[in-house]
Design a protein around this ligand. Sequence first.
Ligand code: UDP
Length: 544
Amino acid sequence: QSQELSQARIDYHTALLALQEYGTRMVCTGKMHTDRICRFDYLCYCTEAEEFVFFHSNSSFMLPNLGPRRFQPALLDLSSVEDHNTQYFNFLELPAAALKFMPKPVFVPDVALILNRFNPDNLMHVFHDDLLPIFYTMQQYSDLDDEARLVFMEGWSEGAHFDLYRLLSSKQPLLKEQLRNFGKLMCFTKSYVGLSKMTTWYQYGFVQPQGPKANILVSGNEIRQFSSSLMEKLNITTLGGEESPVEEKDEYIVVFSRSINRLILNEAELILALAQEFQMRAVTVSLEEQTFPSIVKVISGASILVSMHGAQLVSSLFLSRGAIVVELFPYAVNPEQYTPYKTLASLPGMDLQYVAWRNMVEENSVAYPERPWEQGGIAHLDKEEQDHILASKEVPRHLCCRNPEWLYRIYQDTIVDIPSLLEALRATVKTKPNLKKAKPASTVHPGQVREPQCQTSVQATNEAKLTVSWQIPWNLKYLKVREVKYEVWIQEQGENTYMPYILPHQNYTFSENIKPFTTYLVWVRCIFNKNLLGPFADVLTCRT
Ligand code: UDP
């Protein structure tokens, strides 16, 4: 930090003059607080008051200029978790003239990205809420480069996975508690506040039961670009060679075990059974016994990853294409209702297979009613409530995060019934060869068909023809596409239904269902390989 301060001192007077003259300047993206990221010049932070400060001068600006709507409920979300009321960002305002009476500001020369980590001790949260959003927010703004300074304002200490956050920039991230070391008033020369939510795929159930986000905007490609970048920074080359397809590798199974709670009680038996059934090596990893980079290295070369439901399963974002994720659920927990890892594995282009297994035999589970409530204990509840939980065969849908029945069930240990697990797995492993060959799915979509035209003729009072023709999309001549088809929609003007047709060529003459002296609206689009849809060309109006 001494180096940074001396660096700051060089421009200190210029910076101070600029702050006094120009004040703070802010421009943001996003119409709502939930999709907003703001860029600031000279955003300041008062460490005593623990408040950000916007200095007004004659040349400061603030876009959006919301007036008091800035507090309804906030200017923006500081974490990637949507609209969580503990994660709001706002600032206080002061006239720049007040600087005269304030402690001398310390300037942070680096371009800063200011955000809240959501739950830095939980690996799923680390990746989903923080690392991926930070990575892609940095991609969005080119001055957030390798020299950028991450500033974590949630107030936690480093946490168990701080080394992962360190990978995102060459500069040590700053924690809220460290800001005091800089003095009473610090000013970020250039900063961005907030995180992109574009990569998140799951909502944790704060306002409705947990589940996949309604509008997922990320595909496997972006997840894999992120994980490759992380692996590069960790100097990890996949076991068996990075690019070698799964089938040529020495195949093996990884069981990701938890050693503190939610245990697999017959882990040794499980590993032997898996190895024997699939004729592969089977190894275990756990966060308690290996470093995270060594776990990533093992997982990135694995054919099958088996684990109890839990945050460690987010590591499946390091699996290679075609691998299988097997998620085990304790007794009375319905896999359909807890799908962060299923959703990840099923993202388009992620090319993972996903299998859920659930313990259906109550005797095969060990519960811990006497533990503290956050580890699933229920001893603190009324007898009646305890009995109700004990008698229940499935946790009903619930909100995050303190539902005692959910915690009781999810922290059970499990003796995995091997035959039923193998049964669930066999079908998937059989279909694997098809998937193994799957190249990263091509996602080049067709352009609009060009020069769409129609010609019509009337044959008789009740007979007419409609010929529609068009040219291939412009990008097709540069592509090798396995199958090119065209879709034509024909709607009689004024009707609210249409007839769709799939056609192999660039023209077609319709005579069935075509009436004389009638106006038809015709749409044409191109389709590559059965499911890559192009846009419709401008609608044709064709009168017979
Ligand atoms: N964890 C672990 N081993 C254990 C229990 C937990 O590695 O035996 C890790 C887990 O992967 C997560 C963190 O500790 O990163 C918090 O676990 P918790 O059970 O609270 O959350 P969950 O895994 O259910 O999301």
